[in-house]
Structures are given as structure tokens and as C-alpha cells.
Design a protein around this ligand. Structure first.
Ligand SMILES: Cc1cc2nc3c(=O)[nH]c(=O)nc-3n(C[C@H](O)[C@H](O)[C@H](O)COP(=O)(O)OP(=O)(O)OC[C@H]3O[C@@H](n4cnc5c(N)ncnc54)[C@H](O)[C@@H]3O)c2cc1C
Length: 508
């Protein structure tokens, strides 16, 4: 394996960016990682522990808040405090989401069939999908179309009346997406964030002890334990091809490695537009790569804190501060944050999803100190079509800090160190094209057999021996490991090697 950075993990990394503070550099919470892979790679043996965290809270500008407690009675009473009708609707809402998630989960570790193909395998897979669809209630099928086509805002309107209740559910529909809450298709993005689990508890999220890099490190240790070698610190400059056959990779440092099989984990555009010679690729294919939607929309602040911030809305010591904290009070306000992105600049009133992982995992910071992860929507890849300047990056960071200060007076004084990441940093450091956190938009036109593009959803590249295993491929982004496992299965199939990655491979 060759990795351009001198650290492992890409967007799933822990780094000591400030002395004695471990930051989850990009991704910060775990749920999507497939349990089958966790078990098959024996990641527990390699030190990976995922600790679920409780609840979440959404805070409004007027000092009100809505908590999502782990205790179901408390959770219900909390929604009823805002609207008794919405407390009832929450039961239906959760049930409908979970039914969809359960349906989708069985396809995550399967290769999408090509609906235009008459190959027995594709036909069998289509048949399998049809059979699974016939097993679910009619309502689930009708709802499925809604999820893939509706905006999260319209979808929430079908269940809830209270603006804060709606706001508390809306963020998951737009995180990582260059779409607004009112854009069609965002209801699916919400599902994507709910279909994981921690220890079998569907929809739950957790912290990897030691930060997200613990996941990459455990996988790397498993890999090297089984004879793999990892070469770091120099990126692939070129994927080499001769007579339509992939022959290996040439690194930036001049080293060349030859192989019959090359597997790219880079984004779809980076693989083909930056690391391959145009003459080795069909112009029609290249045009489709260029049209792949991969617009960045997110930023991140990693902050070392001298102590715990006090949020005006929350009672001292509230358990709600242990989970996700969102600063938003209506879907309309969230849509306005998106307007700034469309206008070519970062949101001046951004949507913030923040956590203090060191409350659950004190090993990340010195005693009594804390690490805060602040994920921000919306942040464009360029400012009014021009590259970000350092001054603009700093200004964006200040926008976010000012926002948090409004809800937690004195917050600024606690900051010991802070790093600000815009799509520019995400692209430069991790190689995420335009800083898109999911290696490509998660809209219906780019999902299932259309991801990354029609005809290439089965992990095989356009030249012989080239495969693709990053999140640009089905089933898409997040720390899931599913595209990698699916690609591995297809490679073993082509090599006619015994396959330990069975199709489906589902455990629930
Ligand atoms: C800010 C942010 C927050 C996120 N939060 C979450 C979260 O909380 N939970 C979650 O589940 N998901 C989250 N995600 C998404 C998740 O991190 C990604 O979907 C996931 O890491 C993608 O993994 P990947 O292996 O497909 O690709 P990547 O993580 O993009 O890895 C690609 C790898 O290729 C390397 N590389 C790139 N170019 C070259 C080259 N030329 N030569 C050699 N190596 C190269 C990179 O350095 C990197 O290691 C977040 C992402 C970001 C950016």
C-alpha cells in the first residue's frame, strides 16, 4: 500500500497537532463501519474500541434547547415539552427511518447489479433485490421513493409541527452535502447517517478510543500482520498503463512499483484526472469523470480547550453535553446558511455540529483539558470562484468561534490551540477533490449502479487490472469500509482466488 502522507488514514486519522492533544483530524464519530468487517479483520485484537456516546442537543438562539436523551421516557418528555403532537410523531418517524435503514443495510456489502446487463450475475442480483423488496410492507416501498426524492425539510414537515423539533432532525440531511434542507434528495442523506450502528444499536454513534485514527491504525496493523507493506510519504504521481493494461504506479519520489492489480482509494476524479495519462482513457469516460458531482461544502475546527465551555441553554453538568451539540433553531435558518454557499462564500450564520470527545475518552488530552471537534456547514471549495487565502481561512474560523461564543460566553478564553480546515485544506491534505467529505455527492443520480458513474459501479476501472475502492464507489462515503470490502471481493473473483468476502455478508 502506498500513502502520500506520512500518517495513515486519510480522512480517518488521529494526529497530535498540539502537544499532548490528540485530534480526530477530519472524521470524528463512528457508526457506519460495517460490523462484519470489524469482526473479520479482528479489529478488537488490534486495539479498536468504539464507545457509544449518549444523546444530542440542539440549541436555539433564544436560549431554548431540545435534548435527545438516551432514556426513551426522558426523550419523549423532552419532545412533548415542545409539542405533545411531535412526541407522538417521533415514534412514527423513528420507525419509518429504521425500516428504511434495515432495508438498505442488506445491500451495503453487495456489488450493485448493472440493470442494462444480461450477465447471469447481474440478473440474479436484480432478482435478489426484487425478492428483498417483496418481503417488506407496501408502506416501506412507497416511503423509499420519498426518501430518495424528497427534501429533508418537506419530509420533516410530514411528521412534525415544532420548528425546533424539525431543526434538531434536519442537520443529518445536509452534512457533507452541497445541498440545502429544501433541496430534493436530502432525505436520503439523513438515512445515510442513520444506517450504521454501534454494538448492534442501529442509528447510534460512538467514539473510537484514541480518535478516528485508531480505526485506520487497527486496519493497518491487521494488514501488516498478514504480510502487507505500507510505504508512506510519497504520493502516486501516475498509474502506469501499457496497451490497455495497468502495470503499476510511479510515485512522486521517482520510485516505481509494478503490479498486475492496482487498486485506487483516491477520489474518482483524482484517480483519473490527476494520476492517469489522458491517452490511456476514453474521452467519453473522461467527460463523465469531469461531470461527477463532488462539491465541497464542509469545514472543520479542531480546538484544544483549557476547560469545559458552559452553554447558557444547558444546566450545569447536563449529560447532553456528552453528545452532538447543534446550533440551529429552524430549517429556514439552515437554508439561509446554504444561500451563502451558493453565493460563493462561507455561511455567516453556519450550521455547527460539535462534540467534546475528551469527555468520553480522556486519553485524548492532558487531565482536565478538552478537545472539541467542530464540524461546519457550509464552506465552499472556492471563495467567489477564487482560491481561499490564509486571511479568509482565519476569518472563517472567527465566524465559527463567534457563533459558539454567543451560546457559551467565555468560550473564546478557553481556546489554547485551534486549527481551521476548509475544503482547501481537506483537498491538500487528504486528497479529497474540492474537499467533498464523501468523495462525491450522495444524491440518487450518484448512488447504487450510478456510483460513481453508470457502467463503473462494480469497482473495476476502465483499464485492465485497475480497481477502485474509495468512497466515490458504492455504497458511498463515511467511515464504512464497505467499498473496500466490495472491491476486494470483485478482485478475488477476477483472480479466481478463494473468496472470504461473501456477497451480502450480513449479520442482522
Ligand atoms: C471533515 C470531515 C469530517 C468527516 N466526519 C465523518 C464522521 O464523523 N464519520 C464518518 O463516518 N465519516 C466522516 N467523514 C467522511 C469519512 O471520513 C470519509 O468518507 C472516509 O474517510 C473516506 O475513506 P476513504 O478510504 O474512501 O478515502 P480517504 O479517507 O479520502 O482516503 C484516501 C487516501 O488516499 C491518500 N491519497 C490521496 N492521493 C494520493 C496519492 N496521489 N498517492 C497516494 N495516496 C494518496 C490520502 O492521503 C488518503 O489516505 C468526514 C470527512 C471529513 C473530511
Amino acid at each position: 500500500m502506498v500513502e502520500k502522507n506520512d500518517y495513515l488514514g486519510g480522512a480517518t486519522a488521529s494526529r497530535e497537532l498540539h502537544k499532548n492533544w490528540i485530534y480526530s483530524n477530519a472524521s470524528y464519530v463512528c457508526s457506519l463501519l460495517r460490523p462484519e468487517i470489524y469482526r473479520d479483520m479482528n479489529l478488537a485484537k488490534y486495539g479498536l474500541q468504539v464507545v457509544p456516546y449518549g444523546g444530542s442537543v440542539t440549541m436555539a438562539q433564544n436560549g431554548d434547547y431540545i435534548g435527545n436523551y438516551v432514556d426513551p421516557d426522558l426523550a419523549r418528555r423532552e419532545v412533548a415539552r415542545h409539542s405533545p403532537r411531535d412526541a407522538d410523531a417521533t415514534v412514527r418517524y423513528d420507525r419509518d427511518i429504521m425500516r428504511q435503514c434495515r432495508f438498505i443495510r442488506q445491500f451495503l456489502l453487495r456489488t450493485p447489479p448493472d440493470p442494462t446487463s444480461f450477465k447471469p450475475r447481474d440478473l440474479m442480483e436484480l432478482l435478489y433485490m426484487g425478492r428483498q423488496a417483496m418481503k417488506v410492507d407496501e408502506d416501506v416501498l412507497y416511503d423509499m421513493v420519498k426518501f430518495y426524492t424528497m427534501s429533508i425539510s418537506d419530509f420533516l414537515d410530514e411528521y412534525f409541527e415544532n420548528p425546533l423539533v424539525k431543526a434538531s432532525h434536519s442537520g443529518s440531511g445536509i452534512i457533507g452535502s452541497a445541498l440545502g434542507v429544501m433541496s430534493p434528495g436530502t432525505a436520503y442523506v439523513l438515512l445515510h447517517h442513520r444506517m450504521g450502528d454501534v454494538d448492534g444499536s442501529m442509528g447510534a454513534w460512538g467514539f473510537a478510543r484514541g480518535g478516528m485514527g485508531a480505526i485506520a491504525q487497527a486496519m493497518a496493523d491487521c494488514f501488516t500482520d498478514h504480510g502487507g507493506e505500507i510505504i508512506r510519504g510519497s504520493g502516486v504521481e501516475q498509474i502506469m498503463v501499457r496497451n490497455g493494461k495497468t502495470t503499476g504506479v510511479a510515485l512522486e519520489n521517482g520510485n516505481e512499483y509494478y503490479a498486475d492489480v492496482v487498486v485506487s482509494n483516491m477520489t474518482f476524479p483524482r484517480t483519473f484526472l490527476e494520476c492517469m495519462d489522458e491517452k490511456d482513457l476514453d474521452p467519453g469516460f473522461l467527460k463523465k469523470v469531469r461531470n461527477f458531482k463532488i462539491r465541497g461544502s464542509s469545514g472543520k475546527l479542531n480546538i484544544a480547550l483549557d476547560g469545559l465551555p458552559k452553554f447558557t441553554a444547558l444546566p450545569e453538568g447536563s449529560e447532553l453535553a456528552w453528545g452532538d451539540m447543534h446550533l440551529i433553531d429552524s430549517t429556514e435558518r439552515l437554508e439561509r446558511a446554504y444561500d451563502d454557499w451558493k453565493n460563493g462564500t462561507w455561511s455567516k450564520d453556519p450550521y455547527i455540529d460539535m462534540l467534546i470527545p475528551s469527555m468520553t475518552d480522556p486519553t485524548m488530552t492532558p487531565p482536565g483539558k478538552h478537545f472539541m471537534s467542530v464540524f461546519v456547514q457550509y464552506v465552499p471549495p472556492k471563495i467567489n470562484g477564487k482560491e481561499w487565502t490564509d486571511a479568509q481561512v482565519a476569518e472563517f474560523g472567527q465566524t465559527v468561534i463567534n457563533q459558539i461564543e454567543e451560546y457559551a460566553p467565555g468560550f473564546k478564553d478557553l481556546i489554547l490551540h485551534m486549527e481551521v480546515r476548509t475544503p482547501r485544506e481537506l483537498e491538500n491534505e487528504v486528497g479529497l477533490t474540492e474537499g467533498n467529505i464523501f468523495q462525491g455527492e450522495l444524491t440518487m443520480d450518484q448512488l447504487l449502479f450510478n456510483r460513481p458513474i453508470p457502467g463503473f459501479a462494480q469497482y473495476r476501472g476502465p483499464t485492465k487490472g485497475l480497481y477502485m475502492c474509495g468512497s466515490s464507489n458504492p455504497p458511498g462515503g463515511g467511515v464504512m469500509a464497505a467499498p473496500g470490502a466490495n472491491a476486494a471481493r470483485e478482485i478475488l473473483r477476477d483472480l479466481r482466488k478463494p473468496n472470504t468476502v461473501p456477497e451480502g455478508w450480513i449479520d442482522d
